[in-house]
Design a protein around this ligand. Sequence first.
Ligand SMILES: Nc1ncnc2c1ncn2[C@@H]1O[C@H](COP(=O)(O)OP(=O)(O)O)[C@@H](O)[C@H]1O
Ligand SMILES: [Mg+2]
Length: 464
Amino acid sequence: MFTHTIRFKFIVFILAILLVLLVLLNTYPIVSSRDTVFQEKQSSMASQVTVVSSALASLDRLSEEGVSDVLRFLDLSGFDRIIVVNSAGTPVFDDGQTPINLEDVRTALEGKSVFRSVFAGGAFESSIAVPVGSRNAVIGAVSLYETDTERADIILSIQHRFAILSMLIGAAALILAVLFSWIVLRRLTRLAGSMHTVAGGDYTHRHEITGNDEISELGEEFNALTARLETNEDQRRRFVSDASHELKTPLASIRLLSDSILTTEQMDEGTMREFVSDIRTAADRLQRTTEKLLDLSRLDDGVRLIPEPVDLKQITLDALPGICVLARESKVTVNTQLDDGCVIMASADEMSRVVFNLAENAVKYNVPGGSVSITLSKDDENVRLTVADTGIGIPEEDRLNIFTRFYRVDKARSRASGGSGLGLSIVHDAVLAYGGSIDVGSNRPQGSVFVVSFPRPSSEDTGI
Ligand SMILES: Nc1ncnc2c1ncn2[C@@H]1O[C@H](COP(=O)(O)OP(=O)(O)O)[C@@H](O)[C@H]1O
Ligand SMILES: [Mg+2]
């Protein structure tokens, strides 16, 4: 409904402000100039009536002849009606028909002055009544009446001009308000259109930014958000396709091998055992991959185990026997140099995985006769775990990617060794989850170095 739109509210708001302003513009100046005229009238009439009353006070008694004689010498042409009454209240002079309020004259006989002025019917009607004589001997009263259309005309014409001006201002403001709201709201509507497009699943869409104001900022933020969504969506898609590919391959070989066993009549036991052992290898791989996927999804969920003090030296010593078995098979030697007191706040399980994955890679991607060295050290701020090897190394251009899920530098070699490309992303996510950082570089003269560094917890945290 139109009344719910911002445009409607905006225009109503502008109109309300305008209305208040115009009402003020049309009343305040008129009221204040009217008041000025009243004051002016009061002082001019007061001084004139004083002249008349003091002239009349020279008489002992107010009689018709006496009063007319006195008034003849005064210039009273500006007044529409002059009334003089004697002490009994009987008019002794009255020269007009203008309707008047006799009440004021009676009040004046009691010794008080009365001034009145009204602005009505396009004229200022003013009257003043004062006593004649001294305070204790009032011999009568005089009252003057005046109708001023000249000033009234000026005020009316000002009022008229203000009215026309108000209409012009009102019309101009309304046009501007409509125009402004149209321009602003059209841009918002366009932005909403872009949001709609992106919400529909088109993450490649970018909002076209115009201008350089808050709405443009909104558009830029929206574009940044969309870009992040696009990246996430890409990663998700790649992850799903990589994961299904990873599961499909061993499943296909299990299927193929079991088909062969079923369809071959009288297979000799040797071949049969070989096939079954291949099935077992494929099943192992499936199991490893699904376990790692579960690890990763747990890391993704952010369900963190509550950090506890973990001694990395103990963790490494516990992992060593497993590593050494692999190392012996690959004819690789393992050296360690482990400092005491390398305690961090983390989860022991996840730290075992970090150490094992790094050491396993260092053995797996090594050469016969090569070596692996695992070092643990600490300084005032950090605890550092370094796993260096003399193996095949990682090409510079692959280093950024090796922490990505399913990424393998040499796909054939890695798969042959049972790798899924998930180990380093598990390491990476676990290290970051506990506030650490991980770096990879090359070892001299050959091989790779992985450096994991954690902030040292305060003794309050570890309780040591
Ligand atoms: N120490 C290393 N030396 C050489 N290449 C490595 C090393 N560690 C990891 N890589 C490369 O990084 C890839 C990703 O490692 P990882 O995530 O552990 O997966 P994988 O399951 O293949 O071991 C590996 O396939 C390998 O190509
Ligand atoms: Mg690995």
